[in-house]
Ligand binder design. Structure first.
Ligand code: ASP
Length: 384
């Protein structure tokens, strides 16, 4: 599994690297995004849904890339990419978020700035249109790292962030997923939220596959022209969550982490409880930061993938070494999550703009672009 995923991840980057033989070793900027991992299989996505996801990922990549190409910050690029996906009903973040057992949308997000290791996070938002913007405001405009619930919402509104009626976040397919989950649990289904659009009105909007109950968390990691790294993640959490449940996304070091000291930025998606227990994002960055600790080991598959991606690079050996470290750290950590019983994936930006994806699921909506390269998007784990 590890070898297959590592190879798939590396191939996603092969074309940009190969396309710029004479390019400097380190791309001027780099960006990777995800739109959630899970049981995403070809037979479950119609051609229209497949195309809609790819188009949406492409738009998010384009938005972030435009910021980076123009010399903007990694933080701005992450926010731009994530906000677009928060607005897209295909994803489980912002509009299109899954419902709690009580029939509400409670939104979590986090952002982290690599150079300063400042971080901001919010949990349980119900009215702030862009939770990633609220997380950034916590980081930049408060002395705190995490705000939750009503207090977080009051803070976001006071900072001028757009507030919407909670019905704004409603989507028909997520509501049906809630109904099905509660019926399976033998629990009562709450009233449809006041102001929710009718099924007919929603039919005009793109919808995620009906059997998606949680997938679609969104995230981005970026490296800008000044070498700054950043990471951000946003989610509605898990369908039918109860008791104020909060997952890994806003827990710094679990679902989100960035550190220029380590040369690493991570955004995760999957069963949040496991990602918290495994401290996934921080572990990956710690491993990358301490890469000299790693023995050469038996990473033949990763070596093969890295060799393809780095072919023609001016410093081919150095490129292979860094890419292997980034991919190996990501894959090890996802294996660790699997050993606990969890599933999901990560996107990782390593030293010098190396990008890795790892997942133990059959798919992860994802994409990557580096300066001078063609943007690439992928859905299925085995996709090239
Ligand atoms: N990690 C998210 C959570 O547990 C869900 C997901 O990524 O699918 O809240």
């Amino acid at each position: 599994m590890l070898a297959r995923l590592a190879l798939a991840a590396t191939l996603l980057l092969a074309a940009p690297a190969a396309a710029q033989n004479a390019a400097p070793e380190r791309p001027a900027w780099a960006l990777a995004i995800h739109g959630g991992a899970g049981v995403i299989e070809r037979q479950n996505l119609s051609p229209e849904q497949d195309a809609a996801y790819r188009a949406s990922l492409q738009r998010a990549l384009d938005a972030g890339a435009a910021v980076l190409e123009a010399g903007g910050s990694a933080l701005d690029a992450v926010q731009a990419a994530v906000q677009l996906m928060e607005d897209d009903p295909l994803f489980n973040a912002g509009r299109g978020a899954v419902f709690t057992g009580a029939g509400r949308n409670e939104l979590d997000a986090a952002v982290m700035d690599g150079p300063t290791r400042n971080a901001g996070a919010v949990a349980g938002l119900t009215r702030t249109r862009h939770p990633i913007a609220a997380a950034r405001a916590v980081m930049e405009q408060s002395p705190h790292v995490m705000l939750i619930g009503e207090g977080a919402e009051t803070f976001a509104a006071a900072r001028g962030l757009e507030q919407v009626d909670p019905a704004f976040f409603f989507t028909e397919s997520r509501w049906r997923a809630l109904e099905r989950t509660l019926r399976e649990r033998g629990e009562p289904v709450p009233e449809r939220p006041a102001g929710a659009q009718s099924p007919g009105a929603m039919a005009a909007l793109p919808q995620p596959p009906l059997d998606e109950r949680k997938f679609g968390t969104v995230g981005a990691v970026a490296l800008d022209r000044e070498g700054r790294l950043a990471a951000g993640t946003s989610t509605g959490g898990m369908t039918a969550k109860r008791w104020g449940r909060v997952g890994d996304v806003p827990v710094i070091g679990a679902g989100t982490y960035a550190s220029n000291a380590d040369g690493c930025a991570v955004s995760a998606t999957g069963d949040g409880e496991y990602f918290i227990r495994a401290t996934v994002a921080r572990d990956i960055c710690a491993a990358i930061g301490a890469h000299q600790r790693m023995s050469p080991g038996d990473h033949a598959a990763n070596d093969a993938g890295a060799a393809m991606a780095c072919a023609g690079e001016p410093d081919e050996a150095g490129c292979r070494h860094r890419l292997r470290i980034t991919q190996t750290a990501a894959s090890w950590e996802i294996d660790d999550v699997a050993s606990l019983g969890g599933s999901g994936g990560v996107i990782v930006l390593g030293p010098d703009g190396d990008i890795a994806f790892a997942m133990n699921t059959s798919g992860m909506y994802r994409g990557a672009v580096v300066a001078g390269g063609a943007p690439r998007v992928a859905i299925y784990a085995d996709e090239e």
